[in-house]
Design a protein around this ligand. Structure first.
Ligand SMILES: N[C@@H](CCC(=O)N[C@@H](CS)C(=O)NCC(=O)O)C(=O)O
Length: 317
């Protein structure tokens, strides 16, 4: 079986979600550090245009967005499951996926808006030259030019409100949906991990001691994890170029609005960083889109996206 290669950077919350799941599942992985801002030519060679972080490479298969990456990891290493049954033997998958989606889309942007106040920015960039801070701010401004931004005071109030809900959830149990962590915990953890590391603004957790202890419990899941092997981007591209993409198991078509397998399409996020990836449509089942594309450096790769958060469109002939 091909190695798991995570393309990520240290301060990225969505990357931390995946790093902690890899640690929880005791999965060995390899690490490629990507730039936090554009341009990202090595990322583009593999993804074909998708710029967000992280993405997962398995040989010549590229998995974009953590919603899909989580499913790849769960299939590769089913235990411990991200969807364990709760104390009464009931399944947690539905509730875990729903809460994860709330955390990834809602809580994440609330936490980011709260973090990007002057004291948070100073702690995050910790003495970096002003040009670095400016380049980051400009990059993210462009990436989210279509999306509204919460004022800090509004974000602070909304974050406190959300922490209150989580405090209630943790009243009688160690993790959000029971005695064991589920996907809900990993998705709720990463935006709060980002805030917690910014000491001058981390006092926001003072009124929710159960949440604070749960954050420590989550961090402990990664404590004795094995360090990944580091690879350069050039090595990762070479691995893609010398690997065959996995065969698409049962090509399916769900909700394609007139498109057909084999057709040239673009797949684009529906929320922000609206950069299309163009290729030949290989699969469109209820959970994912897959396209085949050929890159001068990476060769033929299959790039996969979750249906949630992405849209496919036919390319005019
Ligand atoms: N829905 C995406 C969100 C990923 C995301 O927004 N990641 C941030 C970093 S934590 C990002 O891509 N920032 C811009 C960049 O790294 O270029 C996922 O689940 O993977």
């Amino acid at each position: 079986m091909q190695d798991l290669i995570l393309h990520h950077y240290a301060s990225s919350p969505f990357s931390e979600k995946i790093r902690l799941i890899l640690a929880h599942k005791r999965l060995a992985w390899q690490s490629v550090v990507v730039p936090a801002v554009m341009p990202k030519p090595d990322v583009m060679a593999l993804t074909g245009g998708y710029r967000r972080t992280p993405f997962l490479q398995v040989g010549a298969d590229i998995y974009c967005d953590t919603t899909l990456i989580v499913d790849v990891l769960e299939a590769r290493q089913p235990t411990p499951s991200l969807f364990p049954t709760d104390a009464s033997g009931r399944p947690t998958e539905g509730a875990a996926r729903l809460q994860a989606d709330w955390a990834d889309r809602q809580l994440f942007w609330t936490a980011i808006a709260y973090a990007f106040q002057p004291a948070g920015i100073a702690a995050l960039f910790d003495g970096a030259p002003p040009a670095v801070v400016q380049a980051f701010t400009e990059d993210r401004g462009k990436m989210r030019s279509n999306a509204p931004r919460l004022p800090v005071a509004v974000a602070a109030a909304q974050l406190r409100s959300a922490l209150g809900w989580l405090e209630q959830q943790l009243q009688a149990q160690d993790f959000l949906l029971g005695a064991a962590p589920t996907l809900a915990d990993f998705s709720t953890y990463h935006p709060l991990w980002f805030v917690l590391r910014l000491k001058p603004i981390a006092g926001v957790f003072d009124d929710t001691p159960r949440v604070r202890r749960w954050l420590d419990r989550m961090a402990a899941l990664g404590l004795d994890a094995e360090a990944p092997l580091h690879r350069s981007a050039a090595e990762a591209i070479e691995i893609a170029a010398t690997s065959e993409p996995l065969p698409v198991q049962q090509p399916q078509v769900v909700g394609l609005r007139g498109m057909a397998l084999g057709q040239r399409v673009t797949v684009t996020p529906t929320d922000y960083a609206l950069d299309p990836v163009e290729g030949e449509l290989l699969q469109a089942d209820a959970q994912r889109f897959s396209v085949r594309r050929t890159d001068p450096r990476a060769g033929t790769v299959h790039v996969h996206f979750p249906r949630i958060g992405f849209e496919a469109k036919a390319v005019a002939a």
